[in-house]
Design a protein around this ligand. Structure first.
Ligand SMILES: O=C(O)CCC(=O)C(=O)O
Ligand SMILES: [Fe+2]
Length: 306
């Protein structure tokens, strides 16, 4: 993948070249790599190390944090079971914001730094999310709060964290780490493994490898931003392939709108040439999970056919 690279330090000053790069990247690839985001390299290493340590714990330790009932939170490999088709992946899913909704019974106590480090990392991701959503709006010549205000206000904005672990597998081409999907959030801020590649993005019918750039965060448009942008930004289909020799980890941070907030294409982005592409709705997350097993993109369920 000829990865577009965005310099985060240039975003607050609305550098026109950087904004144009964002617009162009998000309307073609639907993703870019973010550098100079202000999270120290040591912190990124700490986050990677603690997730490796967690997944390396004995199973009886990890299952203390297992998902229960219909909850998406917790440890497990729920997706694997849903459609009888394996995702070669273990995950730990935690809601990190708003803080009063954290379900700490799912938050590992081993390794010892896990909870504190995740708090600190989430706080930084929250600031970066705000900066990105504002820059994304400016890149379309919108008032800068137009995407940000869909996501939430200071007390109620939601961020989920999804830790992924992909065990090595000798016949790697016989399994897939994560099947092709789009994300159901507003955007996704992904920390990749430092050494082991695996993420691939679909563009024009072809799969492209997303290279590892040390310390960069991979930023994806997710479905709810594709909807809000009236399809100008694209929520990319992506998948993860398994490495035969090496385990791989990643951490996806997923900011998403509050379920009772109505989202839909912004009126400034609807015109005669670009009619409204999606319905307005609340709780897209529910639609997303209801159609999880479908081969089609979930977003098609809320598409308006002209
Ligand atoms: O592991 C990765 O690189 C991507 C993970 C992902 O797509 C997800 O968690 O939704
Ligand atoms: Fe994803």
């Amino acid at each position: 993948m000829d990865a577009p690279i965005i310099d985060c330090s240039l975003l607050p000053s609305s550098d026109p070249k950087e904004l144009e790069k964002i617009r162009s990247a998000l309307s073609t690839w639907g993703c870019f790599q973010l550098v100079n985001h202000g999270i120290a390299s040591e912190m990124l290493d700490e986050v990677r190390d603690m997730s490796k340590l967690f997944f390396k714990l004995p199973l009886e330790e990890k299952v203390k944090y297992s998902s229960k009932g219909d909850s998406i939170e917790g440890y497990g490999n729920g997706n694997a079971i849903r459609d009888g088709n394996f995702n070669w992946n273990d995950k730990l899913h935690l809601q990190v914001y708003p803080q009063h909704r954290q379900q700490l019974q799912f938050w590992p106590e081993t390794p010892l730094n896990f909870r504190a480090t995740l708090h600190e990392y989430s706080n930084k991701i929250k600031q970066i999310s705000e900066l990105l959503l504002k820059a994304m709006a400016r890149s379309l010549e919108l008032e800068e709060n137009r995407f940000f205000e869909l996501w939430g206000d200071d007390k109620e904005d939601i961020i989920h964290a999804r830790f992924n672990f992909y065990p090595r597998f000798p016949s790697a081409n016989r399994v897939v780490g994560l099947k092709p999907h789009t994300d159901g959030s507003a955007i996704t801020i992904l920390l990749q493994d430092k050494e082991v590649e695996g993420l691939q993005v679909l563009k024009d019918g072809q799969w492209f490898r997303v290279p590892i750039i040390p310390d960069a965060l991979v930023i994806h448009v997710a479905d709810q931003l594709e909807i809000a942008s009236n399809g100008i930004f694209t929520s990319p289909t992506h998948k993860v392939v398994i490495n035969p020799q090496c385990d791989r980890i990643s951490l996806a941070m997923l900011p998403l709108p509050y379920p009772d907030k109505e989202i839909g294409p912004l009126k400034e982005l609807i015109s005669e040439e670009r009619p409204q592409l999606f319905k307005r709705l609340k709780d897209y997350g529910q639609v997303y999970f209801n159609y999880m097993t479908s081969e089609e993109r979930q977003i098609n369920v809320v598409k308006i056919n002209h």
